[in-house]
Design a binder for this molecule. Sequence first.
Ligand code: NAD
Length: 257
Amino acid sequence: MSLTGKTAIVTGSNSGIGLGVARELAKAGANVVLNSFTNRDEDHALAAGIAEEFGVEARYIKADMSKGDECRDLIDQAGGCDILVNNAGIQHVAPIDEFPVDKWDAIIAINMNSVFHTTAAALPHMRKRGWGRVVNIASAHGLTASPFKSAYIAAKHGVVGMSKTVALETAQEPITCNAICPGYVLTPLVEAQIPDTMKEYGMDRETVVKEVMLARQPSKEFATVEQLGGTTVFLCSDAAAQITGTTISVDGGWTAL
Ligand code: NAD
């Protein structure tokens, strides 16, 4: 699969899944734009590292995905967009009657509203170039629910719905829009939680991973950022040209339960 000459923008990509997706897109030949809300030397160094490793153009652009105008500026600053991966996301866990309003607003803004703004700004670029892929990193929580995650689940269900609408609005153009729904993914953030969870439950690593963290993931294996990147590259391939308006679960069977 060659994505040579394509420009891919991945929101929230200075760590975790976004970085993994950007690396797989670069490996497939795409020029990539990394993003987050910080503007540190290490953010720019990540882009330089990808450029050197994969021989593509890579840039880091600071933009805060909680702000609509910055979402749109990100696309404009990139100067073009063939592949848009909406990945930026945050989480907060609390019962709905105690859910802090500022956390609710931030989750809805970053996890859902940003997808509206970046997609609206990116589609004209895709139409001009006659090809486009929108890949939204939703969640198993875009298809199912858990207690105490009302904002996240509302936002992720919203992203799944928005993906279907964008697919219908672009159905007769060479543009597709889909949502990837990961289960539990082994990111540095998740890895860092393992020692504390082991202590909390008095369990060894294997037991804590299988019985506590992956309680709802039948495979008892984490998904990896490389698998999510590979799924994104597949959605950008010619084989996926008629796949639009749907979800692909990468969840070890979670949503089959
Ligand atoms: P992460 O915390 O490593 O990555 C989140 C990214 O979003 C980071 O790069 C962060 O800097 C960025 N971000 C946060 N706020 C931002 C803002 N205001 N503006 C711009 N960027 C911002 O977490 P992750 O696990 O890699 O999550 C990435 C996406 O995958 C999220 O949308 C998350 O909901 C989704 N997801 C993760 C899992 C999992 O198990 N890790 C499972 C399902 C879905």
